[in-house]
Design a protein around this ligand. Structure first.
Ligand code: URA
Length: 235
């Protein structure tokens, strides 16, 4: 079975530098299978040993899949001089992964946003070819055209020539609608609703494929998804 030095394992799988790792190991902050290890050269088996740093298990996965309940005011980017970004919200234990958002939500849009380091996964989720539903709830104003549902279901061409695939529109009452699309063009939901006479006051993504934003995931919080949950967007 493959073994690696404890300090190498921690430097590959945490944001800490080699020197910080050595200090933290010497302080007794690292356990392997619940035994404190103070020798940073100790060999461990990454596939079977459970390494904990400050009582938190250290992941050694190649790919990770995170789910954010995105707050309004946060931008879908890695860094920005002025605004907080989704990457600023990522907990320290995941910061050393080369993370990016799967698609994007506007600054003022809230809800389900996936973050990963798996480029193939992100590409497949975003690609219209995958035909994955993205479901949004919008608070709207204005008066919808009588045939709004049929117009969006037929697929529209926006005034700048953007051709949109068929979208489902459902009226939920109290100025609320649900819109389901299978692609992610620039401001697509807002522009589709504008096309049928509705302005968007608030927009929230509730679902991607079969993956639903859990009601108990508070705004701004990020959780790691199990592999099967991340893949449920395709089922
Ligand atoms: N459509 C929009 O208009 N905005 C979003 O953030 C996502 C989809």
């Amino acid at each position: 079975m493959k073994t690696v030095r404890l300090d190498k394992f921690l430097s590959d799988n945490t944001p800490l530098s080699r020197s910080q790792i050595r200090v933290t190991i010497k302080k007794g902050n690292v356990t392997v299978n619940n035994v404190v290890i103070c020798d940073f050269a100790t060999k461990i088996s990454p596939e079977t040993d459970i390494v904990k740093l400050d009582n938190v298990t250290v992941n050694n996965k190649k790919f990770i899949y995170l789910m954010l309940n995105k707050p309004s005011g946060v931008i879908t980017a890695s860094r920005d001089k002025l605004s907080q970004t989704i990457i600023d919200l990522v907990p320290n234990q995941f910061k050393h992964y080369d993370l990016f958002a799967v698609g994007r939500l506007d600054k003022d849009t809230t809800g389900l946003l996936l973050i990963t380091n798996d480029g193939d996964y992100a590409h497949k989720v975003i690609s219209p070819k995958s035909n994955i539903e993205k479901s949004y709830i919008a608070q709207v104003d204005g008066v919808a055209k009588d045939d709004a549902v049929e117009v969006l279901l037929a697929g529209v061409t926006l005034c700048d020539g953007t051709v949109c695939r068929p979208a489902k529109l459902e009226f939920l009452g109290e100025n609320m609608v649900r819109v389901i699309i299978t692609e992610g063009k620039y401001h697509q939901v807002k522009r589709l609703l504008g096309h049928v006479g509705l302005g968007v006051v608030k927009l929230h993504r509730e679902r991607i494929g079969q993956l639903i934003l859990p009601g108990n995931l508070i705004c701004g919080e990020i959780i790691e998804l199990e592999y099967n949950d991340a893949m449920s967007v395709f089922s």
